[in-house]
Design a protein around this ligand. Structure first.
Ligand SMILES: Cc1cc2nc3c(=O)[nH]c(=O)nc-3n(C[C@H](O)[C@H](O)[C@H](O)COP(=O)(O)O)c2cc1C
Length: 451
């Protein structure tokens, strides 16, 4: 994330934490080149558009912790990274609140042109009241309502990306004096519950048209949305067995929507601590734990009281009242057996939850276990930038390559082609129905009248 404290809170205080210089574009350019040299498929940026927690609560903890504030816009950053790299995928997160779909579609098409087809979009519905208030709402709409909203949002952008321009609409015919062919560019005349968008899309078709679509929701609405729309899903399953179940269910839903089970890839989020021996790895893990910020993890997980205040670290877990992280509380409570489990234990458990500690060989063994559970890829979540990625690239990737689990070279072409063999969305995806769908209706009123 384009910020100092994204997931592993407190680590930014370390001497080797380059993420404190996230405002310096050089930090990201160096990282993007490192990842590209190591043949990572993509560089993924999370994003939010507000503070965590209750919108009316004090935000002192969030600000002190640097918990996703300050943070900068990933979409703008990707423009810089696109011209400093040539192969690596560039994934941004944008929620449905923060940008009108007409404008968003145009920004993404522009980035897809600049990057020659390497953009992915992580579709999120938002989780923050504060973000909703930043965009004129009084509070975040209900969960199901957000996913209904997302359905309309993607419908608008699909129409613009897939349906507004025919493939041969752009002529650049100097001799004939015709830049584009008016018969092959269409208004979309979208009229829905929240949006009225006439079109046409202003950019010409970019290499992928629709960016590669990521999604990261784990609720049943979120999974249905992923099954229908996503080409790759981020999961943070606590165990390979749970991942297996979640993946099988989502793939089955995708088939129910007329897609194929393997139209969707699953990326498990994991953090790594690598040692040349198991003992060295454990020692390094203990060092990482010294930097864990209890307040940071608690605030991110909304372990807050009735007034929205983060519970102090020494609070017994049985006194914590929250609806948001009940399962996690129970799990953390069970992990401590010999004394009263505290809020501080919860933070430690969260930092350990998807952490893999070991030698390159034992880490590769564990990655194989995730692969056996149906996971297609790993979303490497850093402790520090760039150290966590340098270590993964130099220590773990050679072992993965030896086992045929990581690519030696990039496949040619745009991001979707690299991952799925074709630069364009396949015909089973719901966006495909808008190809060639817009004829001659020339105004919104005409469409409304004909309904
Ligand atoms: C790996 C991962 C990454 C996520 N990244 C973001 C993000 O960058 N921005 C965001 O607003 N939500 C993010 N989320 C939250 C989800 O997109 C989603 O909003 C949340 O899980 C609630 O949806 P659900 O109730 O369907 O699970 C992420 C979730 C996961 C698992």
């Amino acid at each position: 994330m384009n910020t100092a404290s994204h997931i592993h809170h407190g680590q930014w205080r370390r001497e080797d934490a380059g993420q404190v210089d996230f405002e310096d574009v050089g930090t990201w350019i160096r990282l993007a080149r490192l990842l590209e040299d190591a043949r990572f498929d993509a560089m993924f940026f999370a994003d939010v558009s507000g503070l965590y927690g209750d919108a009316d609560a004090d935000f002192d903890v969030y600000v002190r912790e640097g918990l996703q504030i300050p943070s900068n816009d990933p979409t703008v950053l990707l423009g810089a990274l696109a011209v400093q790299t040539s192969e690596i995928g560039l994934a941004l997160t944008s929620n449905i609140l923060q940008n009108h779909p007409f404008n968003f579609a145009r920004q993404v098409s522009t980035l897809d042109h600049i990057s020659r087809g390497r953009v992915a979009w992580n579709i999120v519905t938002g989780t923050q009241d504060n973000a909703a208030r930043n965009f004129g709402l009084t509070r975040l709409p209900e969960h199901a309502e957000r996913y209904r909203w997302a359905e309309e949002y993607v419908d608008v952008v699909y129409k613009l990306w897939e349906g507004s321009w025919d493939d041969d609409a752009l002529l650049k015919d100097r001799a004939g004096g015709r830049y584009s062919d008016p018969d092959r560019i269409h208004k979309i005349n979208h009229v829905g519950e929240r949006y009225r968008v006439e079109g046409p899309h202003l950019p010409s078709p970019s290499p992928q048209r629709t960016p590669l679509l990521y999604q990261a929701g784990s609720s049943s609405d979120g999974r249905r949305f992923a099954a229908r729309h996503a080409e790759a899903t981020f999961i943070i399953a606590p165990t390979p067995e749970i991942a297996r179940q979640q993946i099988a269910e989502t793939r089955a839903l995708a088939v129910g929507f007329g897609r194929r089970a393997d139209d969707l890839k699953f990326f498990q989020g994991l953090s790594f601590i690598v040692g040349s021996t198991e003992e060295e790895a454990r020692r390094k893990a203990a060092e990482v734990e010294e930097w864990v910020s209890v307040d940071g993890y608690s605030a991110h997980a909304a372990i807050v009281d009735q007034r929205g205040r983060v519970y102090p670290p020494e609070t017994p877990l049985r006194e914590v009242e929250t609806n948001t992280a009940r399962g996690f509380l129970d799990w953390a409570s069970r992990a401590v057996r010999d004394r009263e489990p505290l809020v501080a234990d919860l933070a430690l458990q969260r930092s350990r939850a998807t952490r893999v500690v070991g030698t390159p060989e034992s880490i590769a063994d564990q990655i194989e276990t995730w692969q056996d559970a149906g996971v297609d890829g790993i979303n490497v979540i850093n402790w520090v930038i760039p150290g966590s990625f340098e270590e993964f690239a130099s220590e773990v990737l050679p072992e993965l390559r030896r086992r045929g689990l990581a690519q030696e070279e990039y496949a040619p072409g745009p991001l979707r082609q690299k991952l799925f063999g074709d630069a364009r969305l396949n015909g089973r995806h719901p966006a495909a129905r808008y190809r060639g769908a817009f004829g001659h209706a020339s105004s919104i009123d005409e469409v409304v009248l004909s309904r």
